[in-house]
Design a protein around this ligand. Sequence first.
Ligand code: SAM
Length: 267
Amino acid sequence: MIKAKKKFGQNFLKDESIKNQIIQSMPNDDKLVVEIGPGLGDLTKELLKASKRVVAFEIDLELCGYLQNIFKTEIQSGQFELICGDVLDEYQNTSLREEEYHLIANLPYYVATNIILKALDDDKCMSILVMIQKEVAVKFASKSGDKTFSALSILANIIAKSQILFDVGSQCFDPPPKVTSSVLRLVKFSKYLEKDLFETTTEVEQFKTFLKIAFRQPRKVLIKNLQHTYQKEELTKLFDILKIELKSRPHQLKISDYHLLFKNLNK
Ligand code: SAM
């Protein structure tokens, strides 16, 4: 019997109806499916029934051996490829795969935000369907004006349609996590490097830094956060030109306001 390892964020999904709901929410095409953290392979089994090809990344070598055994036939036929190692090593400054793919996973919570940001950056990733901690899912799916609108909401919503599909209680897992989970779907309609957004990957990184500054203290007025880095006079002038109220708090601006502020402040 394989025991769940806390250090790898292992909470295995056991509820059949949740697995089915995830499969029902998959995109309806023949593109490659990438799963991160197949664990004991319960979701993988369903993904293999529903898609032509699946590639999975598993960090736990004990689980890798187990998966190689139970999916021997699918590995031999080429329908399934199992890569044993840390997916973040594979994501270093490059696309995870050479062909377009959909990311579908019950993500380990300790690296979920990081993995989603890498997948958003990766132009080969067409959509993301992931189970993550509810609190984090809300951040990615919030819209301008919501109290929970954050830097993550902007990075997601600038290039994808984001939506929380449903919540999943801790009793659906073994061992049960301490938090409620949600299934989040992000379907990309654009890429960061398309002409009207950013010109280089460096500029995308600068935008991320700019958002960190803007949301440094999310309950404070935005201009106060920005004043740590930019001149007050320049900001006041720009807010006036862009018709942004001086008393606005970070969650109250539209994504396009952030894009314009960034472009003007970094000319
Ligand atoms: N997919 C399985 C399920 O739904 O039952 C397991 C999900 S469990 C929440 C997360 C899985 O991700 C575990 O199998 C864990 O070993 C794996 N994992 C954790 N960190 C990883 C990493 N950096 N790269 C690849 N896999 C990772």
